[in-house]
Design a protein around this ligand. Sequence first.
Ligand SMILES: Nc1nc2c(ncn2[C@@H]2O[C@H](COP(=O)(O)OP(=O)(O)OP(=O)(O)O)[C@@H](O)[C@H]2O)c(=O)[nH]1
Length: 634
Amino acid sequence: MWRVVPKRSFILSPSVVRLLSDAPIALQCEKGGGVGGEIGTDNIRNFGIVAHVDHGKSTLADRLLELTGTVRASPDNKQLLDRLPVERERGITVKAQTATMLYSNHMLNLIDTPGHVDFSYEVSRSLSACDGVILLVDARQGVKAQTVANYLLAADAGLTVIPAVNKIDLHNADVPETISQMCVGFGFEEDEIHKISAKLGTGVPDLLNTVISNIPPPAGRPDSPLRLLLFDSWYDKYRGVVCVVTVRDGKVSRGDLVTSIHSSKKYEVADLGLLRPQQVPQNSLSTGQVGYVILGMKDSREALIGDTICHTKCYSKVEPLPGLKPAKPMVFAGVYPMDQSEYTGLRASIERLILNDSSVSSQRDTSVALGQGWRLGFLGLLHMDVFIQRLEEEFNASVLLTTPSVPYQALMRDGSILQILNPSHFPDKNKVTEFREPIVKGTLIFPDQYLGKLLALCEERRGDQQQLVYLTSSRVMLKYILPLSEVVFDFFDQVKSISSGYASFDYEDAGYQKTKLVKLDILLNGQQVDALSCVVHADSAYSIGRSICSKLKDTIRRQLFEVAVQAAVGGRVIARESVKALRKDVTAKCYGGDITRKMKLLRQQREGKKRLKRIGNVELDRDAFLSVLKKDKK
Ligand SMILES: Nc1nc2c(ncn2[C@@H]2O[C@H](COP(=O)(O)OP(=O)(O)OP(=O)(O)O)[C@@H](O)[C@H]2O)c(=O)[nH]1
């Protein structure tokens, strides 16, 4: 869960600050709704916006907030629902946000969803609270892999899908081609596809009217016992866990005694209300409404996503709602303090950040080379990058990250299954019947001129072709089963560089398959560096070993003695490089007695050393740990 509540207030734009003071008034003005009043279930619409990354979801959300008077129109209104600094900086949405809007006597609950493949778990979670979605496609880029993935998620969940082509204001927009792709790909009729510019607001009122007329109201029963679906949560330093819920049946009021069906724990509703997008307290939330509840939970692990919450007095009578699938970490990496004296501080920072992101898994870990640290599990590499960036920016932590790895499995001779989340847990191969690796079902969509090269890439990455179809006369959709380890590190970069950015890629979990694995060890001057070890496919051990040695040769700074870099499998050296000795005197070029210049150079050298980690007698740049598994660019 990607929110740090205290931080939020510092990055609110002026328009949102205005909104804070406006919100309750706007609610009170609405006849029969909002504060003190009740909006009937028939007049509620719960919907989301789904699209490929950068196709304009957050911008459309801003226009909807303005159009409905939830915020005042202003040029400052940019990605109002993207509140994390990292979201604004990188221009991506990480964390789905909810906003309640009142418009034309309706209560519209908008759930903004992230677009990057790493966060598709957030998309399915958001969709569980929706009855319909707007499917947005950029008119310059057309249908992309995540458009297909998101469409399928929505259609599988039985949601009403309202198609819209966005960015029609751009001079290079190809509206007819995009519409034709949507008709062929998803079976829409041409006249049901909205043509909008989220930036300028063109076509947005019409789209909103279609949301009201086409998306059905929530199907819950107001007279039945309470059932709340908990679909999101975040941790607030002052108020504890804030749960985001949708009221499936019945009504919940402040002071009610409720029970979590999952844990049987009892709570009293301390506060509840709407998210507009700021918290606006209410006395109750009724069937179909989406909002927050505060139950006095102290730990966000108590707020289980997909849990059903009911009135304590009805606990034995209420059927739980179908739960959501838990997030599954796909990438594991060791995280260590640059200096062991920072261990305690780093532990507190990681714990704080995990309180807000229950999709990160964590285990204590120890490395001979790096000391005490943690093995953290992430949804993907971007998720990992975002987590580390937040750790460094928000908590001022300085961390060392080891080579990421995917969760392998070993079927042991005694019938048990060993999860290999860490290369140091790699078992003795004599005790193993079979190794297994996680696989994914990947979808690529691209102009057909790149077909040959993309097929070659998928084959080289041990892919198994499942489907090849032409979406239009020049656009291809390719489906492959691929090992996760071949996809997770740089596959996406390669796809982009081969296709000059025109191909899009999306993947979903497809279970495990049998494979051949070995542990590749790296030695520096004969000493094994456990933090550099990795588990690799047996057939690629030689080429990966050679590539790691040559990358380390380039990364390791030349030192006062020669450094031997070796790769070994099962104690047998399979590759070797050496880094020549050098005496580095940074002040050598400083002739004469310019002491200030000398001091400056020495200071810069000291700064540089903060990024270095001493392993035995060799100093390694902290990025060396990450660079080793990146494959060479094609
Ligand atoms: N010209 C033009 N630009 C647009 C339009 N809609 C969005 N943009 C721009 O497209 C870029 C991406 O828009 P966002 O709203 O951040 O896209 P998003 O889909 O929310 O992105 P993620 O949250 O990362 O998935 C921004 O620079 C927007 O200003 C539009 O209708 N016209």
